[in-house]
Design a protein around this ligand. Structure first.
Ligand code: SIN
Ligand code: FE2
Length: 206
């Protein structure tokens, strides 16, 4: 665990925040989440299936279909509320967010070796004073962060299992994405792949 984070365009990157045991325990917690709320492949409003598979925990999950992107209190296939955010995940928010409100969504992204996530802003939330806290588990992912508008120069960094990124302040609305996964770069998951958890406050401040 580094004593201070690496800073990339205002994002704080805590490399190795979770040790191997903490990663394994969190992964078990996430297996419980996806057992109750199965991973699905969201369809973009333009009709394309995303390569990343998603689930969520907390009051809200982020869903996408032909009707657009939004937060929803139910899993789109089961119609039931999302499971609770595991304590192991909440503890990371408490330690690193520096924010007084708890997260209302823990988005679960699963990347197989082919998956990627195009450059986007996280802007479907209603409290931009709250950071987005992102936890990486499993294989490495090449994270790219750019600007407050699309395009321009960007910086990239490989995120490893146990790394935590805090996107707050100036970084909160920067475009970012995952270019690719590095297959075989982790033994955390027997079948490979990468799990990314993003914690978000969704509703406006009181
Ligand atoms: C995201 O921006 O929602 C995911 C980022 C990541 O997978 O590290
Ligand atoms: Fe994002």
């Amino acid at each position: 665990m580094g004593a201070s984070p690496l800073i990339l365009r205002g994002a704080s990157i805590w490399q190795g925040w979770l040790d191997r045991d903490a990663q394994s325990m969190m992964l078990q917690d996430i297996r419980d989440v996806v057992r109750k709320a199965p991973l699905l492949r969201p369809i973009t409003p333009r009709g394309q299936a995303m390569s990343v598979r998603m689930s969520a925990a907390g009051r809200f999950g982020w869903v996408s279909d032909s009707g657009g992107y939004r937060y929803s209190e139910q899993h789109p296939q089961t119609g039931t509320p999302w499971p609770e955010i595991p304590h192991s995940v909440m503890a990371v928010w408490t330690a690193l967010s520096g924010y007084h409100r708890p997260p209302e969504c823990c988005l679960v992204n699963f990347y197989d070796s082919q998956a990627r996530m195009g450059m986007h802003q996280d802007r479907d939330e209603q409290d931009f004073d709250a950071p987005v806290v992102s936890i990486s588990l499993g294989e490495k992912g090449l994270f790219r962060i750019g600007n407050h508008t699309r395009g321009g120069k960007t910086d990239s960094l490989w995120l490893s299992s146990g790394d935590v990124v805090v996107m707050g302040g100036d970084a909160r609305l920067r475009y970012h994405g995952i270019d690719r996964i590095q297959p075989g770069s982790s033994t955390l998951m027997p079948n490979g792949g990468r799990v990314n958890l993003t914690l978000r406050v969704v509703t406006p401040p009181a």
